[in-house]
Design a protein around this ligand. Sequence first.
Ligand SMILES: [Zn+2]
Length: 106
Amino acid sequence: MTVGSTPIDLGRLRRAVGRRVKRIGAARFLVEGRSEPSYLVDLESDTPCSCVDARARGRGCLHELCARLHAGDSALVYLVAEMLAAAEREARTLRVRSRARASNAA
Ligand SMILES: [Zn+2]
């Protein structure tokens, strides 16, 4: 899946949601990293991030996705809302199954 020219990996997007991020310019962000304290992401650059993942894959690293979420990229916000809705549906299904199993056992 891609949004604009950015490939979107849903696992990366999910992990991007909880990262700390600070806007330091119109399109520039500092995103909390793991192997380094933070990464500078410039959404107007052809190479938005300098992390190992971005160097290997080009666009779409977790830090870029985090910065895009923070910037209010509506396509990404929509994807996060879809993931939450899918998780809620799954939780509801599991609760129903669990209740059915409990009443069968009774
Ligand atoms: Zn990165």
